[in-house]
Design a protein around this ligand. Structure first.
Ligand SMILES: [Zn+2]
Ligand SMILES: [Zn+2]
Length: 344
């Protein structure tokens, strides 16, 4: 079968290759991939700016149906519609795993990163990571469930976003746009989003479609001044930092209110970032570093999406056959897409 493979360390070095169809182990299932979404991490791996273990088939945001089952698998049957968590390799016995957070286990080797992923026709993996995809949810939408679960883990489970709060999302990429939609669905009284002029084409339009109350083009106006204006000089209750930009990270300390919370989701790609540390102390800011997704966040994500409360399908701007993966990567790179779906 054909697969999009990162075959060696270095910049680029991704191509379509012929790979063997995987054979599921006793506790695994074989999944026929129906849709897979391109993630910012895939671009980072392409550019050699993210951990990965080559050669590896890319793709960790996917949906599909069960094609075969290992003999120990219970509770599922061939043909079931599913989505899967990505935390393959988590050990189950370390402190982090045992305390209920296997998605942060140091032994994790996620699909498409440390284990063959879903930019192909079939992927094999542990049945314990599956979640049922309800019939009304399209496979393409199912492929966006992983980043949605990441946002739910961060905003709802970690930062405890509450109805009535004001929120600023820094960065209009997929995680920023899903965070915006989630904040609106959670009853935030005001949600703004920041981005550069490159977002004017597609991403700001999506932000408006998802209910943004205001948009700040940081190439044209000072985001700190604008946010303070919008909040009577106080700053927002919750700031969702998805940009990973050093300046934006420093500005988050100014744009969040005293005792406000910052939800950090954006990877900076740098070994170190300079922050106004004392400013954070004197304002009593809570800065939560958020990573990956919990089992419960997947159940919440699927429930909200199936009920139409969280319209993540609106994020999908492009769908291509798998062969055109490079076109999808380029559109994302140039900020001309929100979510790109590939069909194997
Ligand atoms: Zn992802
Ligand atoms: Zn562990």
């Amino acid at each position: 079968m054909k697969a999009v493979v990162k075959y060696e360390r270095g910049k680029g070095l991704v191509e379509v290759r012929e790979v063997p169809k995987p054979i599921p182990k006793d506790d695994e299932v074989l999944i026929e991939v129906k849709a897979v979404s391109v993630c910012g991490s895939d671009l980072h791996i392409y550019h050699d700016r993210h951990p990965y273990w080559p050669p590896v088939t890319l793709g960790h945001e996917f949906s599909g149906v069960i094609a075969e089952m290992g003999k120990e698998v219970k509770g599922w049957k061939v043909g079931d519609r599913i989505v899967s968590e990505t935390r393959t390799g988590s050990c189950g016995i370390c402190y982090t795993c045992q305390s209920g957070f296997p998605q942060v286990c140091e032994h994790k080797r996620a699909y498409g990163i440390g284990r063959n992923g879903a930019f192909t026709k079939y992927v094999a993996g542990p049945a314990r990571l599956l979640h049922r995809l309800p019939d009304p949810v399209a496979f393409e939408t199912g492929a966006v469930m992983e980043p949605t679960a990441v946002c739910i883990s961060a905003l709802l489970e970690r930062v405890n976003l509450r109805a009535g709060e004001s929120v600023l999302v820094a960065g209009p990429g997929p995680i920023g746009l899903i965070s915006l939609a989630l904040a609106k669905a959670s009853g935030a009284r005001m949600v703004g989003i920041t981005g550069r002029s490159s977002a004017e084409g597609v991403r700001f339009k999506k932000a408006i479609e998802l209910g943004a109350d205001f948009i700040i083009n940081i190439d044209k106006e000072d985001p700190v001044k604008k946010v303070l204006e919008m909040t009577n000089g106080q700053g927002v209750d919750v700031l969702v930092e998805t940009s990973g930009g050093e300046k934006a990270i420093a500005q988050s300390f100014e744009m969040v209110r005293r005792l406000g919370r910052v939800c950090a989701l954006g990877v900076s790609g740098m070994p170190q970032v300079s922050i106004p540390y004392d400013r954070g102390i004197f304002k009593g800011i809570r800065y939560d570093f958020c990573f990956s997704s919990s089992w419960t966040s997947w159940e919440t994500a699927i429930g909200l999406v199936a009920k139409g409360i969280l319209p993540i399908e609106k994020l999908i701007t492009h769908t291509f056959p798998l062969d055109q993966w490079k076109e999808g990567f380029d559109l994302l790179e140039n900020r001309q897409a929100a979510k790109v779906i590939l069909i194997p």
